[in-house]
Design a binder for this molecule. Structure first.
Ligand code: ADP
Length: 290
């Protein structure tokens, strides 16, 4: 099972080059596509999901040429978009039955069985008869997963899934997503580093329409080993630290400021070395890009 993206480029009619010669090979499991807002993630996701065209390049899922034969891909695709937009005034069960019908699950009993099993799996069975527009954000996300999983997709695309979820809902959502990677290629597009570090065994960072880095989260972290330093400073000192050092991030801590700096050697004796996190590696890359 393999998704192969070769030399994919896309420039919108307003002149924005949202994808510039993207090359990625993605295998079974959870793959994280990490990038800031505007990096080009949705452009890539929508193209793989056959919702928009490429200017050039090719995308293959196994033997399926996605750009030439979108209808073949749709049969094996599960897509969870950022927002469904309008939540219709129908129940979760009704809508899932309808979607199952459209995806070609023809036998009524099979449809009912699959839909009920999915509702159980995403923990919405008890509320299956309630209208979708009465669902909370987390419930809507879980409904989204259920619809993406109908008809056992082999390729699952999840675009910015955890924005707007509270920590409990996010946790539940993580657990559900983690199960998916066992039998499918799952691409998780997000600007939240934690989504990737928690869930993904492989990843790419994209920025300004380009792939900046690919690898396993652990390998990407190790690349900064011995080079990440932290120090608690007075807030008023921050500007001077920014000019003196490569400050990749900062956070407030008990009325002081904790700065994270990347340097080959100990910047000054009050800094202490820190185990690099994926977030450090990501911020370091963004710093270098700016
Ligand atoms: P992301 O999902 O990483 O936030 P997008 O793929 O949505 O990134 O956007 C990448 C760039 O392309 C942005 O500059 C965005 O404004 C632009 N863009 C996205 N969709 C369109 C569109 N339909 N028409 C014109 N520009 C677009």
């Amino acid at each position: 099972m393999k998704l192969e993206i070769k030399n994919f480029s896309k420039t919108y009619s307003n002149g924005v080059a949202a994808a510039k010669n993207i090359n990625l090979t993605i295998h079974k499991g959870m793959f994280g596509l990490l990038g800031q807002n505007g990096a080009g993630k949705s452009t890539l996701m929508r193209t793989i999901a056959t919702l928009q065209d490429a200017d050039s390049g090719s995308i293959f899922f196994n033997d399926i040429d996605i750009l030439k034969n979108p209808s073949a891909l749709r049969k094996v695709l599960g897509y969870l978009p950022q927002e469904f937009g309008v939540y219709p005034n129908v129940s979760a069960q009704e809508l899932l039955l309808h979607i199952a019908d459209m995806r070609g699950i023809i036998k009524q009993s099979e449809r009912k069985n699959q839909v009920d099993a999915l509702l159980q799996r995403v923990n919405l069975y008890e509320v299956r008869k309630k209208n979708l527009d009465s669902y909370s954000g987390g419930m809507k996300q879980r409904f989204g997963i259920a619809q993406a999983l109908l008809a056992n997709p082999e390729l699952i695309i999840v675009d910015e899934p955890t924005a707007g979820l509270d920590p409990m809902e996010r946790n539940r959502f993580y657990n559900l997503l983690a199960e998916l990677g066992e039998n499918a290629v799952v691409i998780l597009s997000t600007h939240i580093v934690e989504d990737v570090s928690t869930l993904c065994n492989d990843m790419a960072i994209i920025g300004k329409g380009e792939v900046l880095l690919t690898g396993k989260p652990s390998e990407i972290e190790i690349s900064l080993s011995g080079k990440v330093w932290e120090k608690k400073i007075n807030i008023s000192e921050f500007e001077s630290y920014k000019t003196k050092y490569k400050v990749i991030s900062n956070r407030f801590h008990l009325g002081k400021m904790m700065v994270t700096v990347v340097a080959n050697n100990l910047p000054d004796s009050a800094f202490y070395q820190k185990q690099p996190s994926l977030e450090d590696a990501y911020f370091n890359l963004l710093y270098t890009q700016e």
